[in-house]
Design a protein around this ligand. Structure first.
Ligand SMILES: *Cc1c(COP(=O)(O)O)cnc(C)c1O
Length: 394
């Protein structure tokens, strides 16, 4: 009999009932050091007192009003995002996949309004992940996501990751945009080198096409900059956000330049919940904290500390780990071929540490951006236990 909850998830037998900072407590009272943060969502830790205060203060005033009316928190947060980024304008969604939908619509509308309605094609790359809507799975093209769900939305061209010749050959008269994660998340923490992001920008400029960056996982401070593309010094046309932007409250956003967004006029897009008062109260506080002087420097400092200790961990377990990669606190442990990511993550549960598997036999570490020194040390000790256990089992 089908379970009452549609069984689309492979869930671990863990039932967390409480969280505080980088720690989770399960229903049996056991505590876990959380290096997954809900897949880069709980960017400021669990039950962050400032976020709890912002949420409850708003909850006591007003939960929801329609976008038929003014929502002051939207302009406040959008102003902050615009001031802190490349963007001129922001649309609030509820999730990453909704941000993908708007980014796709915006890119097509841009060319339509520019007198080039034939420009409908968006170039994406192997290993990418942009969400689970029909548009986003078509963007990915990965068999495990699209099989059985056709016909897929046309207009995507899937290229190998890092193949410059294929890319140059793929750009043509129908190309509308290039869509890429500056650091692939689900694909196995694969950073796009700064030089390549610059090259993509140049290619887009040369052909009059838009550069869309999916920063749902790598954005909002995760890499030590507000947005990961800032490391490359480039200006995108459209950026998708979600996950960390809400600190655990469901929220997404699309940031864009005025030029890229100019076709999205009155009535061309909308959302019932996007940017509702509860989301704006929490996300406004997230932005204040992430944007405060010194916060992003502290992310880079903690990333340095974590990476240094991970190098030691790898050296101690060469038969379990191959390498560490990533940017800032978006970290991947590449496992040795005989250890599977699923087995390592399960050993982590036994050792009391939460990690997240990804493609390419990588285990992701996406801790809270404000993780303490002590919690990094606790995480390393537990990863060490997990590595020892996995080695024993192999
Ligand atoms: C998680 C993720 C998405 C999808 O976000 P949802 O909120 O699950 O729809 C899109 N892109 C990237 C890079 C992601 O990591």
């Amino acid at each position: 009999m089908i379970p009452s909850v549609l069984p689309t998830y492979a869930r671990a037998k863990l039932n967390f009932v409480e969280g505080e900072g980088s720690w989770l407590t399960a229903d049996d009272g056991r505590r876990y050091l959380d290096l997954g943060a809900g897949i880069a969502v709980n960017a400021l830790g669990h039950a962050n007192p400032e976020l709890v205060a912002a949420l409850t203060a708003q909850a006591n005033k007003l939960w929801h009003v329609s976008n038929l009316y003014e929502i002051a928190g939207q302009a406040e947060l959008a102003d902050k995002l615009v001031a802190a980024s490349f963007a001129d304008t922001v649309f609030f969604t509820n999730s990453g996949t909704e941000s993908a939908e708007l980014a796709i619509k915006m890119a097509r509308k841009y060319h339509f309004d520019n007198g080039a309605p034939e420009r409908i094609e968006i170039i994406t790359f192997d290993g990418c992940f942009h969400g689970r809507s029909t548009g986003a799975i078509a963007a990915s093209g990965a068999e495990k996501m699209v099989k059985g769900f056709g016909p897929l939305m046309p207009g995507f061209k899937h290229l190998p990751f890092g193949d410059h010749d294929a890319l140059r050959a793929a750009v043509g008269e129908k190309t509308a945009a290039i869509l890429i994660e500056p650091v692939q998340g689900e694909g196995g923490i694969r950073p796009v080198p700064d030089q390549c992001l610059k090259g993509l920008r140049d290619l887009c400029d040369a052909h009059g096409i838009l550069l869309i960056l999916d920063e749902v996982q790598c954005g909002m401070g995760r890499t030590g900059r507000l947005f990961a593309h800032e490391w490359a010094g480039i200006t995108p046309d459209i950026v998708m956000s979600a996950k960390g932007i809400g600190g655990g409250f469901p929220l997404g956003a699309v940031l864009a330049t005025e030029a890229a967004a100019k076709g999205m006029t009155l009535g061309t897009h909308g959302s019932t919940y996007g940017g509702n008062p509860l989301a704006m109260a929490v996300a406004g506080k997230v932005m204040d904290i992430v944007g405060a002087p010194g916060f992003l420097d502290a992310v880079s400092r903690q990333a340095g500390r974590l990476n240094q200790k991970l190098e030691g961990l790898i050296a101690a377990h060469p038969d379990v780990f191959e390498s560490v990669r990533g940017v800032g606190l978006m970290t991947g442990l590449k496992l040795a071929p005989k250890v599977s990511a699923g087995d390592f993550v399960a050993a982590g549960y036994e050792a009391g540490v939460i990690t997240v598997p990804a493609a390419d036999n990588v285990v992701r570490l996406l801790p809270a951006l404000n993780i303490s020194d002590d919690d990094i040390d606790a995480g390393i000790a537990r990863l060490d236990m997990a590595a020892t256990a996995v080695k024993g089992a192999a």
